[in-house]
Design a protein around this ligand. Structure first.
Ligand SMILES: Cc1cc2nc3c(=O)[nH]c(=O)nc-3n(C[C@H](O)[C@H](O)[C@H](O)COP(=O)(O)OP(=O)(O)OC[C@H]3O[C@@H](n4cnc5c(N)ncnc54)[C@H](O)[C@@H]3O)c2cc1C
Length: 370
């Protein structure tokens, strides 16, 4: 058995883990362990980055490179949400700037390159990471290598696979599922808007992406049999086209492969993190997975990584407490906005999708923020 020691081990090389490793590397010996052996090809869901992320990208030293990365500036958002008539919100009115629709793979490749340049060590293909606490230190085993560190951070995304091994589980009451498809769009597609449409069963969005693609996504409950009926791309597209707002943007586009992902709000209890042992943190989706309606998941990944990096570098109990309080405030603000958003389409209030969301929100707020 090979043994190696580091100051910090980060599990998961998504945006949160990469950002954290980059920020820590100048001050700490950092190891990043990633489950996937390769980075995948084709577009990836999760593509809206708000303008408020620019200072974080600057802090990571990638802002200039990001601007050259072919990401599309966000256009207006047009929503049929609170009422049946479309409401237009101009992206330019956002005080932080309009933000971007990302080439998500390109974005992660850029972060990965920056992490490696910063001096962090990265091991891909770690399929089974075992964690245990031995004599006040964390020991992580993968294959026949054992890594030790006083600080371990779970950045494994929604699965929060490392926290789970330690008996910590995200709240999972929200059965929101996202059905989506990447459609080939016309190179000269003039539409740059994000279109959001609520209906009886859930809500849709479509946005143009870099590389002549358009994503079309429908969010509904996993126990709604409708999602099984929409596994054929042609049926999915036909249902979307029943809404004039979506039909206009989808004109002439052909069906494509359907994909599906859980997308509901899921949160770890921040105070419970302390209970498993000193030096255990979680960032990004592993800490809080936000509903895609918020468009805040990537921003939260970068921001929670920056907050955790500050706490780890300071190294004091006070700094860790401040970080945890900051994360609790983030959770409280998110839940407040989430509740308000789902109360919007009051005309659908009698349908289970909209009704049950009011129930989860009350429960989630009580469990996580009180
Ligand atoms: C349908 C949908 C739409 C979304 N749309 C948006 C959007 O428009 N805007 C936005 O900001 N956000 C959006 N999001 C959310 C956004 O994609 C996530 O918040 C973001 O990817 C979280 O980054 P992360 O690094 O925390 O986790 P991830 O991106 O999930 O990365 C986790 C990494 O950990 C690795 N990993 C997993 N398990 C292990 C393990 N056991 N050991 C080691 N490594 C492991 C994974 O392979 C991965 O590389 C959306 C999410 C969904 C589901």
């Amino acid at each position: 058995m090979v043994r190696q020691t580091f100051d910090v081990i980060v599990c998961g090389a998504g945006p949160a883990g990469l950002a954290l490793a980059t920020l820590l590397a100048p001050n700490r010996r950092v190891l990043l362990l990633e489950r996937r052996a390769s980075q995948g090809i084709g577009p990836r869901i999760g593509e809206s980055l708000p303008g408020a992320a620019a200072p974080l990208l600057h802090k990571l030293g990638v802002l200039e490179q990001f601007h050259r990365g072919g990401h599309r500036e966000r256009g207006p958002a047009i929503a049929v949400w609170d009422r049946e008539t479309p409401v237009w919100k101009d992206a330019i009115l956002d005080p932080n700037g309009p933000g971007w629709h990302l080439d998500r793979r390109g974005f992660e490749a850029m972060l990965r390159q920056r992490t490696l340049e910063s001096g962090a060590s990265l091991v891909d293909g770690c399929r089974h990471i075992r964690i245990e606490r031995q004599q006040g230190s964390w020991q992580l085993g993968t294959g026949d290598v054992q890594y030790g560190a006083p600080v371990v951070v779970d950045a494994t995304g929604r699965a929060s696979g490392i926290a789970r091994q330690l008996g910590l589980h995200q709240s999972t009451e929200d059965p929101l599922l996202c059905l989506y498809s990447f459609l080939d769009s016309h190179p000269d597609d003039p539409d740059c808007s994000m279109r959001i449409q609520a209906d009886e069963q859930g809500w849709w969005y479509t946005v143009p992406l870099p590389g002549d693609k358009r994503v079309l996504a429908y969010h509904l409950d996993s126990d709604n049999p409708l999602w099984r009926q929409l596994k054929r791309g042609a049926d999915f597209l036909a249902l979307a086209r029943q809404h004039p707002l979506l039909a206009e943007a989808l004109q002439g586009l052909a069906p494509a492969r359907m994909q599906c992902r859980p997308a509901g709000t899921a949160m770890l209890n921040v105070t419970a993190l302390e209970s498993v042992g000193d030096g255990f943190l979680a960032v990004g989706d592993a800490l809080f997975s936000f509903d895609p309606i918020s468009s805040q998941g990537l921003f939260h990944s970068l921001a929670s990584a920056a907050s955790a990096a500050n706490a780890i570098i300071a190294g004091s109990t006070d700094a860790l407490d401040r970080h945890r309080r900051e994360m609790q405030t983030v959770a409280a603000q998110y839940l407040f906005h989430w509740r308000g958003t789902y109360q919007g389409p009051a005309r659908f209030g009698r349908y289970p999708f909209w009704q049950r969301r009011q129930g989860f929100q009350a429960a989630a707020t009580q469990a996580l923020v009180s």
